[in-house]
Design a protein around this ligand. Sequence first.
Ligand code: NI
Length: 139
Amino acid sequence: MLSFTKTFEFSASHTLLNPDWDLEQNLARFGKCANPGGHGHNYILEVTVTGRLDPQTAMLIEACELQKLVDREIIEHLDHRNLNTDVAWLEGKIPTTEVLVLEIASRLATPIKIKAPNCSLRKVTLWETRKIFATWEAD
Ligand code: NI
């Protein structure tokens, strides 16, 4: 299977809080990630598409088109934002790496299909730190 991956970066802050719990419970479950002042990460996002080569470009998707699309759908919404309060599509969600990768994949699948009908979203990986990442993969 042929695939193509492009990497993106954004910086954002978050706090891991379950609104159904008090602060003590949140700190017990999430540790320092629940500190009320929040904390920041320099996230690395990997977006992978698969499909058939476009015979005119010999590419799955033009890298600059994927860049524009991910900037518009994801990076402009998340970069230098508070993920708990600033992003409409994360409202009411606990912004863990797993939640972020699911939401990002769901926002990218259709625009990629529209931009490059020959290919589709195969995989999204989001690195929160050098030691933690979450991955969504198409079935
Ligand atoms: Ni964190």
